[in-house]
Design a protein around this ligand. Structure first.
Ligand code: NCD
Length: 359
């Protein structure tokens, strides 16, 4: 049985295969219209969502399957104090596969350890969002023909933007990719991604606050929303929320074949006038997400190919007496979770949320 909890759960070969299947579904949807006949997808969304939930549900319908859905967290037993582990156990009695979104980082991982059916992480706090990355990767593949040697600008809230974290982990595995990280000081990329992903893999990257200065160098510009819901302090959010606004003027110096992506929802990071620019890809990205989710559901249900082995390395994981200090970690709310940390080179990192623990 396989889950998709973080994008590294898929090998490069598997991502290539998903892209190939998604393109085939786009070209021949009728071939797949009964592929999930009799199968049920449960969508468990404990955080707001429009496109991700509808995208999963539309994907399952297009495959001829059924969808079970709790309309919103406020209507589920989570409000009665049910743990993520119990919810996963219960729902796995009704469905064949679960797509879960949760505000706590590591919640889908906890669900996966208690479920008999595959769990797909549809976004956990400010941590990961691997299926948005699948949508992003298909979009880049369609626009650029591949991933090698791209200069990728990521702009906005790189600290809490979970889509950015998963996209960096995915693109870091391709040859010659270079990142330009554009963010205000307070919203810089979390250090664990720099220390564990960019540096050890020798991925060239620069950090800057100035979008205009770097825009001419980019092949991809990935804009993001400042994630207001993750701030503990409203004043800081108010000060940072308009940090970057992409306008037609700023795009004048950009490459003619730049691809502009955004996971959406947009607040005001991209002015509406940019929508008619041929380089704007964010609405195509939405459509691409549905096809990649179809390909993923087929894979995890073992309907397109064998689902493959779980690849998570648990060799350096230890149970400790330490308590993760990240207020967004699932450990803060879930009952009786073991305090698991990954131990590497004298550092401890929470297994659920990836945040370092300073001894
Ligand atoms: C993103 C998310 O939920 O992280 N949205 C999405 O799934 N398309 C981005 C965001 O909310 O800003």
């Amino acid at each position: 049985m396989r889950n998709l909890l973080e994008i590294q759960d898929l090998s490069v070969q598997e991502i290539d295969d998903l892209i190939r299947v998604a393109k085939d579904i786009m070209a021949h949807p009728e071939k797949y219209s009964e592929a999930c006949h009799g199968k049920k997808l449960a969508t468990l969304f404990f955080e707001p969502s429009t496109r991700t939930r509808l995208s999963f549900e539309a994907a399952m319908y297009e495959l001829g399957g059924h969808v079970l859905s709790v309309p919103g967290a406020s209507l589920s037993s989570a409000t009665k104090g049910e743990s993520v582990a119990d919810t996963a156990r219960v729902v796995s009695c009704y469905a064949d596969i679960i797509a879960m979104r949760h505000p706590k980082e590591g919640a889908p991982f906890v669900a996966a350890t208690h479920s008999d059916i595959p769990i797909i992480n549809a976004g956990d706090g400010g941590h990961n969002h691997p299926t948005q990355t699948l949508a992003d990767l298909l979009t880049i593949h369609l626009e650029k023909g591949g991933f090698d040697n791209l200069t990728v600008g990521l702009c906005g809230d790189l600290r809490y933007g979970r889509t950015v974290h998963s996209l960096i982990q995915a693109l870091s595995r391709y040859h010659g990719v270079r990142f330009v990280l554009i963010a205000p000081e307070e919203l810089r990329l979390p250090d664990y991604l720099i220390q564990d992903v960019l540096k050890p893999n020798h991925i060239p990257f620069v950090e800057t606050q100035n979008l205009e200065e770097v825009i001419p160098t980019l092949d991809i510009l990935y804009m993001t929303r400042v994630q207001g819901e993750r701030f503990s302090d409203v004043a800081t959010y108010e000060r940072l929320k308009d940090s970057y606004i992409l306008t037609a003027d700023k795009l004048e110096s950009a490459k003619k074949d730049l691809a502009i992506l955004h996971p959406l929802p947009r607040v005001n990071e991209i002015s509406v006038a940019v929508d008619t620019d041929a380089r704007a890809c964010y609405f195509k990205q939405v459509r691409n997400g549905k096809y990649m989710r179809e390909a993923l559901i087929l894979k995890l249900l073992g309907l397109s190919e064998a689902p493959g082995e779980e690849k998570r390395d648990m060799s350096n994981v230890e149970e400790t007496d330490y308590v993760c200090r990240n207020p967004h970690c699932i450990i803060t709310t879930e009952q009786e979770l073991p305090h698991l940390f990954r131990k590497e080179k004298g550092t401890l990192r929470c297994l659920y949320c990836d945040q370092p623990y300073d001894l």
